[in-house]
Design a protein around this ligand. Structure first.
Ligand SMILES: [Zn+2]
Length: 484
């Protein structure tokens, strides 16, 4: 193949989110050893429902070699530009071994034992099957399974402490990256780490306004800035984009304290890769699911602004659906559903047959009719009911009418068919990309959210055809954690 694959993960229980920084250190090491990234560095989010996950459950990988052909600017390290190449010439075995040795020392130096981190490093000349990625993003991969997949490709493996990081490191290498987005991560000067971040929010908003290829930069509804983590990690800010040049250009717009380095990552964020169409009966904890069905029990408001309702799938099995308050949009939509509505819901399972919703598509509304008093056929006056089944009587001329004279009307519905996603600040890293509110409707925070396109299982999608096909292959598709 002519390259070396490097994967790193760090199951830091406290989630200081430094794994991306470790990879930037490895990129620095590679450059010292005259190795180039072949293709962009990769930031891969894995199953967001795993209880022992690190914050955001990220793993990193990069392919290294002697760069050839077209190149792309993917970072600035130590004041020098870093380029990723379209292809590369094979490093020698001696070069590979030298890199692997020094890389493990870099990882250890970046993961102090005192902080309770359990780093894992994988160096391989071949990649594990993409199936390993799909399982790691949608289900749970055992450490032994990851180890076997790595043995099969002759990978060099290093771990300290809990070897669980092997799963992420292996999956990050296995990620086929056929669809994805980009995130440019900038890092703070070391002496500022741990102190409050200085970022001008107006420049962040301006950057997203100027280029719609940027996404999840801020949330106009909750007024939160989404580019900066709230942890003591070295990340200054992250700019997510559907095109690499959009993120690099935005770096010049955003005003902040000085960054020390930045790296542009190819990432599986906003792909919905974790979601799979499942039946109600197959929904078990730690999985995410997309479930088409019919609302089977009326919505019920819970304490704290959450809303609970039930959906029955085509096999007749029921799933409890919880729309959480922090998603802002979903409880309001859920509250407006009626039994009989056709919906597609998606989310993660914490208990059997219970989904914590990450999105709702209202496919078809049930029509509910109600009877109301007819107008008087003789004088045009209003009539009143004489009681259930006893007909009507005109209030002016006292004319009596049988019950069947009632006027039927369809109960007006507050919610329109369409797809509803959580407010941007409540979207998961892997959540399928969706329209973001242009501005807060602060005057009426209780107003019904607007439906958007796309989302899992959409028959028509605003996304690329390739993406639609991918949804077909991995039957059914398309929803944020605290950061990086
Ligand atoms: Zn009358």
């Amino acid at each position: 193949m002519g390259t070396i694959w490097v994967g790193v993960d760090d199951t830091d229980a406290k989630g200081s989110g430094c794994t991306t920084w470790v990879l930037t250190e490895l990129l620095g090491l590679a450059r010292e050893q005259r190795l180039d990234p072949i293709g962009p560095p990769r930031l891969v989010r894995l199953n967001p429902n795993i209880p022992w996950k690190t914050r955001g459950n990220a793993a990193l990988s990069v392919r290294l070699g002697h760069g050839r052909g077209r190149r792309r600017w993917v970072g600035t390290l130590s004041g020098r530009r870093l380029f990723a190449y379209a292809s590369g010439a094979e490093p020698t075995t001696a070069e590979l071994e030298r890199f692997a040795r020094a890389a493990w020392q870099v990882v250890l130096d970046a993961s102090p034992e005192a902080e309770g981190t359990d780093p894992a490093l994988v160096v391989a000349s071949r990649r594990p099957s993409p199936e390993l990625y799909w399982k790691a993003v949608r289900e749970v991969v055992a450490v032994d399974e990851a180890r076997a997949a790595l043995d099969a490709v002759g990978a060099l493996v290093r771990t300290r402490g809990d070897p669980r990081g092997l799963v992420g490191a292996a999956a990050a290498i296995a990620w086929p990256a056929r669809r994805g987005t980009w995130e440019l991560l900038s890092y703070r000067q070391p002496e500022r780490v741990g102190k409050p971040r200085t970022i001008d929010p107006e420049t962040v908003r301006a950057a997203q306004r100027a280029d719609r290829r940027l996404f999840l930069c801020h949330d106009p509804v909750t007024r939160r800035l989404l580019v900066a983590p709230h942890t003591g990690c070295p990340v200054l800010f992250g700019l997510r984009a559907t095109a690499p040049e959009a993120a690099v250009r935005a770096l010049r717009t955003v005003r902040s304290e000085p960054w020390e380095r930045w790296v542009l990552f190819r990432t599986n964020q906003a792909t919905g890769d974790h979601l799979l169409r499942r039946s109600a009966a197959s929904i078990v904890p730690f999985l995410s699911a997309i479930l088409p069905g019919t609302v089977s029990a009326p919505p019920r408001a819970l304490a704290g602004g959450h809303v609970l309702f039930s959906v029955r799938d085509e096999e007749g099995d029921e799933v409890r659906c919880v729309a959480f308050e922090p998603t802002k949009t979903l409880p309001r939509v859920a509250q407006a559903l009626l039994p009989g509505d056709r919906v597609v819901v998606w989310g993660s399972a914490s208990r059997p047959a219970t989904l914590r919703l990450e999105g709702i598509r209202l496919v078809r509304r049930v029509r509910v009719r109600r009877l109301s008093a007819p107008a008087c056929p003789r004088c045009g006056g209003r009539t009143g009911s004489l009681g259930r089944g006893r007909g009507w009587r005109c209030r002016s001329c006292r004319l009596r009418l049988p019950p069947e004279h009632a006027t039927t009307s369809v109960i007006p519905r507050a919610v329109r068919p369409g797809t509803y996603h959580p407010t941007p600040s409540a979207r998961r890293h892997l959540a399928p990309r969706a329209t973001e509110p242009a501005a807060a409707r602060a005057d009426d925070p209780q107003s019904m959210p607007r439906a958007t396109d796309g989302g899992p299982g959409a028959r028509t999608s605003s996304r690329a055809p390739g993406l639609a096909r991918a949804f077909e292959r991995f039957p059914a598709p398309p929803e944020r954690e605290e950061d990086t």
